[in-house]
Design a protein around this ligand. Structure first.
Ligand code: CDT
Length: 317
C-alpha cells in the first residue's frame, strides 16, 4: 500500500518589524486551517516564520537580535498554533530564531522544529550553512548578516521517523549545498522540509562596480538546487518561502513541492500568504533508491580520491 502524506506548503507574505508575534501566529493559524480544509496532514512554514528577517540589519549591539528570538518553544505567543494543530490532528514544520544558553553562554540559532499531529515536538534542526557576513559591508552589496547573530547549528542533519516515513529538515542556504540532502538521504530521508528567506535580486562587486545578477537567476537557482537535491537523493523536497516586499527588500516566492523525480508537483503563484498541497507518496523515493540511485550498489565513494565513508559518516582522509 502506498504511503501517501498530503503536505501543505504554507508560503508567507512579508512580516514587518512592527508586527507582533500574535499577529503573525494569526496568519499561521489561518493557513493551518486552510491546509486542514485541503486535507493536509503536515504543514511546512518558512524559515524564521515568526518575525521579520532581522539579519538583513547590522545592529551595533548584536544582542538587539534577542528581541526576535524565542527563548522557549512553545511559548505563550506560539501556543495557540500548537493547540490548534493538535485539535485538528495536523503536524507542522516551523522555522524561528532560537535563543538558548549552553555552558553558561548565551547562543542564538536559526532553528526549525517538526511537530507531530499530537502537538508534541518530534525533532529539531539548527541551520548549519549560515550565509552572509559578520561585519558591515562597506560596498553595500550584502543583505545578509546571519553570521553576526547565529551560531553554526550543532545538531547535525538528523532524520526523524514520523508521518509514516523518514523526515528531514534544512533551512534556506542549506538547500544550495549537495551535502545537505546527501547527509539525510544516507540516513534514509524520504521527505525534506526547508523554509527560506531569499532576496529576489543579488548584488555583487565586480572590480569597483556594483553589479546586479540577472533577475531570472535567483528563481532559477532556487528551483535548480532543490530539484537536483530531490532527484539525486530520492526524496521529496518541500521548499517554502517568505515572499514579497519585507522592510524594503523583495523576497522571492516560488514555494514548491518537489517529487523524487525532480518534478515540481505544486507551486505557489503569488508573493503573499498562500497554501499549496500535494500528495507525497513516500514509496516513490524507494523506486529510485532501488535503481539508479541504489547507493550500496552504485555509489563508488572509495574511488573518489579524497573522501571515504565510515559507519555512515562522511569523513575527509
Ligand atoms: N536566509 C538565507 O539563508 N538566505 C540565503 C541568501 C544568501 S545571500 C548571501 C540563501 O541562500 O537563499
Amino acid at each position: 500500500m502506498a504511503r501517501k502524506v498530503r503536505v501543505a506548503a504554507a508560503q508567507m507574505g512579508p512580516v514587518a518589524r512592527a508586527h507582533s508575534r500574535a499577529e503573525v501566529v494569526e496568519r499561521l493559524l489561518a493557513m493551518l486551517r486552510k491546509a486542514h480544509g485541503f486535507g493536509a496532514e503536515l504543514v511546512v512554514y518558512p524559515e524564521m516564520a515568526l518575525t521579520t528577517f532581522f539579519p538583513r540589519w547590522v545592529f551595533d549591539d548584536p544582542d538587539e537580535a534577542d528581541a526576535f528570538c524565542e527563548a522557549a518553544m512553545p511559548n505563550p505567543d506560539v501556543q495557540p498554533l500548537f493547540d490548534e494543530a493538535a485539535r485538528l490532528g495536523i503536524g507542522f514544520y516551523l522555522g524561528y530564531a532560537e535563543l538558548t544558553e549552553q555552558a553558561g553562554r548565551k547562543k542564538r540559532f536559526n532553528t526549525a522544529i517538526l511537530v507531530g499531529k499530537d502537538g508534541t515536538i518530534v525533532g529539531k534542526y539548527r541551520k548549519i550553512h549560515l550565509p552572509g557576513r559578520k561585519e558591515a559591508d562597506p560596498t553595500g552589496c550584502a543583505g545578509n548578516f546571519e553570521k553576526r547573530y547565529y551560531e553554526v547549528g550543532d545538531l547535525g542533519f538528523p532524520v526523524f521517523r514520523a508521518f509514516g516515513g523518514v523526515m528531514g529538515m534544512a533551512i534556506c542556504n542549506d538547500r544550495r549545498w549537495p551535502e545537505t540532502y546527501r547527509a539525510m538521504s544516507l540516513q534514509g530521508a524520504e521527505l525534506i522540509m526547508l523554509g527560506y528567506n531569499t532576496g529576489s535580486v543579488r548584488r555583487t562587486m565586480v572590480g569597483n562596480h556594483q553589479v546586479q545578477e540577472p533577475a531570472h537567476l535567483s528563481s532559477f537557482h532556487n528551483h535548480l538546487v532543490m530539484q537536483a537535491g530531490a532527484y539525486q537523493n530520492c526524496c521529496w523536497v518541500v521548499g517554502v518561502a517568505k515572499a514579497g516586499m519585507e522592510e524594503g527588500v523583495e523576497f522571492m516566492g516560488g514555494s514548491c513541492i518537489i517529487a523524487p523525480t525532480g518534478d515540481i508537483v505544486a507551486q505557489a503563484v503569488t508573493t503573499g500568504d498562500e497554501v499549496v498541497v500535494a500528495d507525497c507518496d513516500l514509496d516513490l523515493s524507494l523506486h529510485n533508491r532501488r535503481t539508479t540511485f541504489n547507493f550500496e550498489a552504485n555509489r563508488q565513494i572509495e574511488h573518489y580520491g579524497l573522501i571515504t565513508e565510515r559507519r555512515g559518516v562522511i569523513v575527509a582522509v
